[in-house]
Design a binder for this molecule. Structure first.
Ligand code: HEM
Length: 232
């Protein structure tokens, strides 16, 4: 435990923890995007998938047991990621010299400002998204699940069928695109891919990951707006 605290306190440790928690969320995004793509297979496939997430691990775990463990891990990773980004921003503001600024530090400033603003937008979206698709608080036609049946497809299609809601989702996915564009590159740098053998791969990997995730997600509101995906 002392080691974890020491890691958290050191500036290298902060970077590593940010990279690892970022990586955990990228894994979640990839899985969530693939799950969402089941919408193209219709209500049956989508609802079965959503229902299985709730009964995963039964009977060893109770109904939704796995989901709650998963939520706790994701929440912890998010809190660490956000807290550390706040702390490292403050450290870099404190260390900033205004007398002499090289191009490199201007580029760094631009990237970190970009990460901060897209990060805030993603956080606001996440709160809205959970109130919209999980609790149904901000969703007029929301149907709550039962222990035997999920209505995730109905909630998805009726929610994103509203062009204003779809627009919110599309704007948020643009923020995700930009956040990952720099984030994935930076993550590889922190986790040691600075070796000359791998350096050339960092940018292409970051571009491919962010573009695949962007189009994978954006295809859902687009397909619902154009009625390619619709209620039966
Ligand atoms: C167009 C983009 C997206 C669509 C269509 C979408 C769709 C959905 C749907 C339908 C659910 C409810 C699933 C269920 O009840 O099983 C959900 C839950 C969730 N989504 Fe998304 N999502 C999108 C993007 C995102 C993004 C970018 C993030 C993260 C930054 C995210 C994070 C979450 C979280 C944390 C939950 C709650 C899971 C839970 O605890 O039950 N989603 N999403």
């Amino acid at each position: 435990m002392r080691r974890v605290v020491a890691l958290y306190r050191s500036s290298v440790g902060k970077k590593i923890l940010m990279a690892v928690t970022g990586f955990i969320w990228i894994g979640f995004l990839a899985g969530h995007m693939l799950g969402n793509l089941k919408a193209f297979q219709g209500a049956g496939a989508f609802d079965t998938y959503a229902h299985h997430l709730r009964i995963l691990g039964e009977p060893i775990l109770p109904y939704k047991g796995f989901l709650w463990i998963f939520r706790a891990v994701m929440f912890l990773a998010l809190v660490i990621h956000v807290l550390l980004s706040w702390q490292t921003s403050r450290l870099s503001w404190a260390a900033r010299t205004t007398k002499y600024r090289r191009q490199e530090s201007l580029n760094f400033d631009f990237a970190s400002r970009w990460m901060r603003w897209t990060g805030v937008l993603i956080l606001v979206f996440l709160v809205y998204h959970i109130l919209n698709m999980t609790t149904g608080t901000l969703h007029a036609g929301f149907e709550a699940e039962t222990t035997t049946q999920s209505f995730a497809f109905h909630n998805l299609v009726t929610g994103l069928g509203n062009p204003w809601v779809a627009a919110i989702y599309i704007v948020a996915m643009v923020a995700i695109l930009f956040h990952l564009w720099h984030g994935v590159w930076s993550l590889f740098q922190t986790l040691g891919a600075s070796h000359p053998k791998y350096v050339g791969w960092r940018r292409p990997i970051a571009v491919v990951v962010s573009i695949v995730i962007f189009f994978g997600f954006v295809s859902i509101p687009m397909a619902i707006l154009t009625r390619i995906v619709h209620l039966q």
